[in-house]
Each structure stands twice: as C-alpha cells, then as structure tokens.
Design a protein around this ligand. Structure first.
Ligand code: F6R
Length: 608
C-alpha cells in the first residue's frame, strides 16, 4: 500500500526521500511523487510507474534542491494510476502540499462542499480534498488547520503536510494507517515503515491514532487532535538494516524462503523452556487457559491459511472447538462471541485494515484478543490485549513465506500449550511433539537445499494455464497456501480444493496435461487422497504429489513425487509448504514476473 517518507534537516531532502521510498517499494505501488521546498516555493514532481521514473525525472533528486520535503508511493484506490492522481497534491495556490496513505471515506461530501465554495479539483483522488480543506482552514496557524481538518475527515490516514508559509516544519498525522517519525543529529523523518529511515536513525516514535507531529530540523513535538502537547517515548529498533537488503539473493522472496529455518527457530526457541512450552505473552494462568471454551482465529490471506492449519492442530491436540474466519467477513457477520471464547488475530504486518477491524469487533464483544504479529509496535500489536510476536524479522517480498512459517509455529505452540494444560496430551506425547518441533528448522533447510528438483519441474510449467492443488484436512490448508503462492506471483490461474470436493464440479476443468498438485502428508488420509489423485489422472491430469518419506505407495498414482522428511502429521505443513513455495517462485522467475512486487498487490493492506 502507499508509502510515505518525509525529511526536514540540514541535508538535501530529495535524495533522502527517494532512498526512503525505495525501501518502501515492497509495499506495492503504481506511481511515485515528491514535493520539496526550494527556499521560495514548493516544487512537485510525480509520475506513474516505478520509482526509477521519478529518480530519472529528478536526476536522483539533484534538480529538486531543498532541505524540507515529502514523498509518496501510491497504490491506487480512488482514481486510476496516473500522473495527475499521483501524490503529492497541492491546494490551488500551490502553498500547501499533502501526501496521504489510507482512505478518506467522506471525501465526496467534503469535495461537494469545497466545490460549492469555489474550490477546483484536478485529480480523482480522495486525498485532494485534504489539500483544499487545509487551505480552507489555514489562517496563519498550520497546527490549527491540520487539527481542524482531522476533526472533519472520516476514514483512515497517515499524512505528511508542508506549508510554504512555514517551510521549517513538516506536519504528520495518523489514524489507522501506519506512520512513524524519527530523528538524528542531522534532521527529522517521517515514514510509513521502519526500513525507510533505518539507515539514518534507529530511534523512532510510533505515531498513535489521532496524533499530530510537528517536525523541525532539530526537534519534534507531538499533539492530540485538540492541539494539546503530549510526551512520547522513542523505541530503539534492534534489527539490522541488512535484514531489509537482498544479501546477494536474486529476490527478497528467495532470501526470505532461505531464512525460514532461522525464523522457525527464533519463534520457537524463546518459548521452549526445558521440557515445557512457556508463552509468557499470553498473560494467562493455566486455570484461565483451561477455561477457554472456544477459539476464533481471524486473519486474511496467507495468515488465514496459517489459521486454518491452527484449527486442525488445536482441535486435534487440545480438543477445543476452533472457528476460522476471514477478517473481512468476521467484521460484518455479527459473530457470536460467547463468554469463555478467545479471539486470535494473525497478521504479519499488524496493519491489515480488516484484521484490525475484526480485532476491535472482538474486543467490543467482550473477548480477550491475542495478536500473533510480526511487526513490532504495529497497530494490531498495540491494540490486542496480548501479543505473541513471530520473530521473522522484516519481510519485504509481497508474497509472504517466512512470516507464514513463523505463524505456523505460533499455532503449534498454542495448541501444545493448551493440550497440555487441559490434560489432553500426555507428558510422553508432549515430549515427542517437542522433539519434532525442534527438528523442523533442519528439515526445512534440507528441503531448501534440494531446490534443484523442484526448480527443474517448475520450468516445465511456465506456460501452464490452470493449476489445481488438492488435499484433505491440514493438507487442504497447505494446498490453499501453495495455490496462493503460485497465482499471486506467476499470474497463473490456480485453485485449491479439499480433495474430496473436486468431483462436485471442478473436476470438469481437468484436461489433458492439467497440473494437479496433490498434498498428502496425513497418514490416516493417504488412501483417500490417492483415490482422488487417480480420479484426476484418469481425466488426463499430470499429478505432482507432495508426501512424506516412506509413502511410496503414492508413486502408483502420481507422475512426480516430492518427499518431505518424517515429522508429526500436525507439523507437516511447515515442511510441505517449502517445495510449494519454491514451485511458485521458480515458475514466476521462469515467466519473468516481478516476483517481489507482483502487479496489483500491496504488502500491507491498510484499506478495506
Ligand atoms: C500472500 C500474502 C497476503 C497476506 C495478507 C494478510 O502472500 O502475503 O495474503 O497474508 O494480506 O497480511 P497480514 O499478515 O500482514 O495481515
């Protein structure tokens, strides 16, 4: 989604803004722009397309001199990607300039009012109302104008604003869209995410909802929307800037896939104490854990797929009923949240608008919410009652891999903890499960090192039209994620089906040579899935099977088999997903797709 970077200080702003925006490219965008105050007036350059276009247009920022500026990468919501719709947006006199991430929901009413007062609009964006509304309220006091505007707008926003009258200041404000500010001895920064400014400072402040920041070259002041000054504590970012670089890999996605053994280990190890699992972040006694009568897992996309696996594992190991919902559905379906229910929201970014809204819905319904979140300090992390972090580090590729793997570990840990305190799992079984969990990082590494086999296979399917993924139980959850990985980065149509469901309609799509990837990691269901493989093979499908070592029986029904090492069936997802991620990746690379930044997608989906 849109990215914002701003700088005010003693250095040239434009190169810093371009550099920061390049670190936000992973969020997804279709145009980029920048506004810099040159000592007399504000200049804007913007263009549809990649940031490279803006870099060329401005000679790397050289032909936009000035010490104060704001920049933006836009992911179109209102109005198509175009030079005119790209941010920043000016008022008519070109004395106030705005960049915005989010959606102004009442922009039509505001626009109509402004038009009736003589304001003229040049773009189709919701953002432009902010520039004109600021103009309307600006009577010499910029803070007052900003807060008045915030009282009028509904929706979500992270804002960067510059007034030509006050070029020694940048204003920033936030509601429901991520925004941080930071400072070093040279100047102050605003950004949508930490990687944009990590090169310049590790000391950042997370701007909260309805907060306004006034940044000057040497200090920042924080205010409420009622202009009352507030004190905030900085957070020191511990992770390394290199973590957000490619480190020699062709793509972030490949690098992140290779980081999975570490991610899994980092998420697991701090919570394994001797022979036990201790999840301090739950802040719940064993008695409280025992009294949970139902769990709702709510998430979007891949995080939802991790939640689906969580359902099978929690119901199996802890015998607690689990409902899994897409956050965009949960928030509007008036869910029945009984006393004793716990709500678990899963999100890599911690900013997904639907997941955040679902969290609020659950809290309003009287439930305690546990957030399983990757980005420290994100909105979901701050609003959840308790947070269990997945220690995956920054994930830059739009398609998630390592954060998903970490989410699976969080699911297993919760399931085992609940299973133990509720007396469902014996000490002996618990110890065996723990042993299997600890082996996962090495087993994932092994699968990654055998990538050649899947790479060769993937090359054959670069021209595929449709690919189907099938599996039962946990294998269905794995299929959903495998299918999403393939389609989102390679643009090949793909669907995942519960293996037994295919014959209820979809099997009519199977033609000679259609690739069907059958995931079969659950010994109790081997025979059933083999029957479904035979059904599609009989109709001409080419069957790729992903199964566990030892299940050689499958070779009778499959055309190509990928074996995963032996583990407890509840943890098989963590292994089976690796060849499927690699498959999606190599098909996309073979097709020449922009693997890290697939078209139309955004890393952090901060709008509904
Ligand atoms: C797919 C992918 C998305 C996200 C989804 C939720 O590869 O990354 O489906 O999983 O947008 O995002 P978070 O986890 O940030 O809430």
């Amino acid at each position: 989604m849109c990215g914002i970077v701003g700088y005010i200080g003693n250095s040239q702003a434009a190169p810093i803004i371009l550099d920061g925006l390049s670190k936000l490219e992973y969020r997804g965008y279709d145009s980029a722009g920048m506004a810099v105050f040159d000592g007399e007036k504000i200049n804007i350059r913007k263009s549809v397309g990649r940031l490279k276009v803006l870099e060329n247009l401005t000679h790397g920022g050289e032909n936009m001199p000035g010490l104060c500026g704001i920049g933006h990468t836009r992911w179109a919501t209102h109005g198509a990607p175009s030079d005119t719709n790209a941010h920043p947006h000016f008022n008519a006199e070109e004395t106030i300039v705005v960049v915005h991430n989010g959606i102004i929901e009442n922009y039509i009413q505001l626009r109509d009012k402004l038009i009736s007062r003589g304001y003229k609009f040049v773009s189709e964006t919701d953002t432009e109302v902010l520039a004109h509304l600021l103009d309307y309220y600006y009577k010499g006091n910029p803070l007052e104008a900003v807060t008045k505007v915030l009282h009028r707008v509904e929706g979500s926003y992270a804002l960067g604003i510059v007034f030509a009258d006050c070029p020694d200041q940048i204003f920033a404000a936030r509601k429901d869209s991520p925004l941080i500010v930071g400072q070093n001895e040279d100047g102050c920064f605003i950004a949508s995410d930490v990687p944009a400014i990590l090169k310049y400072t590790r000391k950042v402040y997370y701007v909260d909802n309805y907060e306004v920041v006034r940044l000057r070259a040497d200090h920042m002041h924080f205010y409420t929307v009622d202009e009352e000054e507030i004190k905030k504590e900085p957070v020191t970012i511990e992770w390394d800037a290199n973590a957000a670089e490619k480190a020699g890999y062709e793509h972030f996605m490949l690098k992140e896939m290779y980081e999975q053994p570490k991610t899994v280990s980092d998420t697991l190890t701090p919570r394994v104490k001797g022979n036990d699992i201790v999840i301090e972040e739950l802040n719940m006694t064993d008695e409280e854990l025992k009294s949970i009568s139902k769990i709702h897992i709510v998430a979007c996309g891949s995080a939802y797929h991790a939640g689906m696996t969580g359902k099978y594992v929690m119901e199996g190991l802890a015998r607690i009923p689990v409902e899994v919902d897409l956050a965009s559905e949960f928030r509007y379906r008036d869910p029945i949240l009984e006393k004793g229910s716990m709500v678990v929201v899963i999100s890599q970014s911690g900013e997904t608008a639907d997941t955040l809204a679902a969290l609020r819905e659950a809290k309003a319904g009287g439930c305690k919410v546990l957030g399983i979140v990757n980005v420290v300090g994100s909105s979901i992390a701050r609003e959840a009652d308790n947070v269990m972090y997945t220690w995956a580090g920054p994930e830059i590729a739009v398609a998630t891999t390592k954060a998903y793997s970490a989410q699976l570990i969080a699911m297993y840990l919760l399931a085992m903890k609940l299973g133990k305190v509720r007396g469902v799992i014996s000490d002996e079984t618990f110890a065996e499960l723990l042993g299997d969990l600890k082996r996962l990082p090495d087993q994932i590494e092994l699968l990654l090192n055998n990538k050649l086999k899947i790479q060769k296979f993937a090359n054959r399917y670069i021209g595929a039209k449709d690919v189907f993924f099938i599996g039962r139980g946990i294998d269905y959850a794995i299929s959903l994620e495998g299918s999403l990985k393939l389609k989102e980065i390679s643009y090949i149509h793909s669907e995942a089906y519960a293996a037994g469901e295919l014959k209820h309609g979809t099997i009519s799509l199977i033609e000679d040579g259609t690739l069907v990837a059958a995931v079969s990691t659950q010994p109790a269901l081997y025979a059933k899935t083999i029957s479904n493989m035979v059904e599609v093979k009989a109709r001409g499908a080419f069957v790729l099977a992903v199964t566990c070592e030892g299940n050689t029986e499958i070779e009778k029904a499959a055309d190509y088999v990928i074996y995963i090492p032996e583990t407890n069936p509840y943890f098989a997802n963590s292994l089976a997903i690796i060849p499927l991620q690699l498959f999606g990746y190599y098909v996309a690379v073979g097709k020449g797709c922009d693997v890290d930044k697939p078209r139309n997608l955004a890393k952090s989906v901060t709008v509904e």
